[in-house]
Design a protein around this ligand. Structure first.
Ligand SMILES: Cc1ncc(COP(=O)(O)O)c(C=O)c1O
Length: 479
């Protein structure tokens, strides 16, 4: 039964007017309903700071409910600080709703977070294999970090990132990429763009003239947008016919800083030759303000030959700033990237950028350090290398029978393949649309005079793999 009453005066006691609507048939206990309604009346400022509430006896008689029910509701309000009790006077509102943030807005159900789940096969080259993510080990590393670091983690940590994570990164970089560095040289940031932002500010401060930047002609677009947003001109370095960098253009230019991906040249995934690496380092060494920013994203998974050491490992003149990211190696949403500064830049960095707090939460830093330290990271990389290699082979096999129409590049590394359509009568936009109709999302490259697509296969299950890619190929080769 629903009882809806309003009152402002009862048994001679002056009380505020509130509508009580108690429903005895509802599964919410009566005391909770009463508590919620008084709380709402306080938030909506029907009851103000200092207002007196009816006594338990009065209210129970008035609403015809037990005194216990009123008592339980008042106890809850007391416990949460909405009301206080004054000896021999009664209960008074002790919460100032005018100073409050609105709290009774209808909440979205938690499931709403997951409603955006994709309903299509996403071939974005930046995805990882989400089903093979070592979630148990990751959760375990989180639990351990919480247990041991609770008090520590409340305070802000080292501005360049927690020391033990930087130690782990330094070890890992030396073992896997040949990068030579001390933990002091590492700065952890929220993704590479955060590291590059700091570098732009640093170069602005240390140079008397405006710094000029160069990137590969098809470089990482986010960085190009950032540089442009900061008013920098970006020179595009063309690729030569054999997919290497046109270093003559660099030598003739007024460029100070070259942002490059030497182990994975965009978009054809070429490795910069040792000759070009040496030429680049010589170029940088010719002027004090010249630097190379080496973006080593996606260089870990190689399927043929020996791993290619980073350019930084050849740098004896402290001209290379190395950038690394956990986005592909672990997960993009972690937002952990880092840079390795040459020792000669360290004191300048501390002088001009030392005010930046590390943007990655200490909990995630500790969790990551634990995960690496326990050997889980290395195991994960080795496992994923096998899985991605297998998927890469499956995709190449499917494409081989269409070699007259589709050429591919970059099959020796990474979790995406660059494909080129040789004589498609359709535009890339038409093909994207047709694929979407079959629930497949593909990503074309805006490359002059060539029809290229970056095909990411990381997040496609092995069981569905052949079906998805056969469907894709049949759309791409359609006359
Ligand atoms: C060349 C390159 N570097 C870096 C990144 C991203 O790194 P992060 O997620 O750490 O910002 C990407 C992602 O697309 C990339 O293509």
């Amino acid at each position: 039964m629903i009882k809806s009453i309003s009152f402002d005066d009862f048994n001679g006691v002056r009380m505020k007017k509130i509508n009580y609507r108690l429903d005895k048939t509802d599964k919410t206990p009566l005391y909770l309903q009463l508590y919620q309604q008084i709380r709402l009346a306080i938030h909506q400022q029907q009851l103000h700071f200092g207002d007196k509430l009816p006594s338990k006896r009065h209210l129970s008689e008035f609403l015809q409910i037990s005194q216990n029910t009123v008592e339980n509701a008042y106890e809850q309000l007391l416990a949460e600080g909405y009301i206080n009790a004054k000896a021999r006077s009664g209960f008074f509102v002790s919460f100032q709703a005018e100073l409050d943030f609105p709290c009774d807005l209808p909440r979205q159900k938690q499931t709403a977070y997951f409603q955006s789940r994709k309903t299509y096969y996403d071939l974005n080259p930046n995805l990882i294999d989400s089903k093979n993510f070592p979630i148990r080990q990751w959760q375990k590393a989180g639990k351990q970090s919480l247990k041991f670091w609770q008090n520590e983690m409340i305070a802000l940590g080292d501005k360049q990132g927690d020391r033990n994570l930087r130690n782990e990164i330094a070890h890992y970089l030396y073992a896997s990429r040949g990068v030579n560095c001390e933990p002091e040289q590492i700065v952890i940031g929220t993704g590479l763009e955060n590291c590059v932002l700091q570098l732009i500010l640093l170069f602005n401060q240390i140079s008397e003239k405006p710094i000029q930047y160069a990137m590969e002609s098809y470089g990482y677009i986010t960085i190009e947008k950032m540089l442009t947003a900061y008013g920098k001109k970006v020179l595009h370095l063309p690729l030569t016919t054999d997919g290497q960098l046109d270093l003559a253009t660099l030598a003739e230019s007024q460029i100070d800083v070259a942002y490059l991906t030497p182990s994975n040249l965009y978009p054809f995934s070429q490795v910069l030759s040792i000759g070009q690496r040496q030429q680049l380092l010589e170029w940088a060494n010719q002027q004090p303000q010249r630097y190379i920013i080496e973006d080593d994203y996606d260089s870990e998974y190689r399927y043929k030959g020996k791993p290619i050491p980073a350019l930084q490992s050849l740098d004896v003149n402290e001209k290379v700033i190395y950038l690394g990211s956990f986005s592909k190696l672990l997960m993009p949403s972690l937002r952990v990237g880092f840079m390795v500064l040459p020792k000669s830049l360290l004191s300048l960095y501390q002088e001009y950028c030392g005010f930046f707090n590390c943007g990655v939460s200490r909990f995630e830093q500790q969790r990551l350090a634990t995960f690496i330290q326990q050997g889980e990271f290395e195991k994960h990389i080795q496992r994923m290398r096998k899985i991605y290699r297998k998927k890469m082979e499956m995709l190449c096999r499917l494409l081989q029978s269409h070699s007259d129409k589709i050429r591919y590049y970059g099959e020796h590394s990474g979790a995406y393949l660059l494909i080129e359509l040789l004589k498609s009568p359709h535009t890339s936009t038409e093909l994207v649309e047709r694929c979407l109709q079959k629930n497949i999302k593909i990503y074309p490259l805006n490359y002059p005079n060539r029809q290229l697509f970056s095909i990411g296969f990381a997040d496609i299950d092995e069981q569905e793999f052949n079906d998805v890619f056969e469907k894709l190929i049949s759309i791409l080769v359609l006359k």
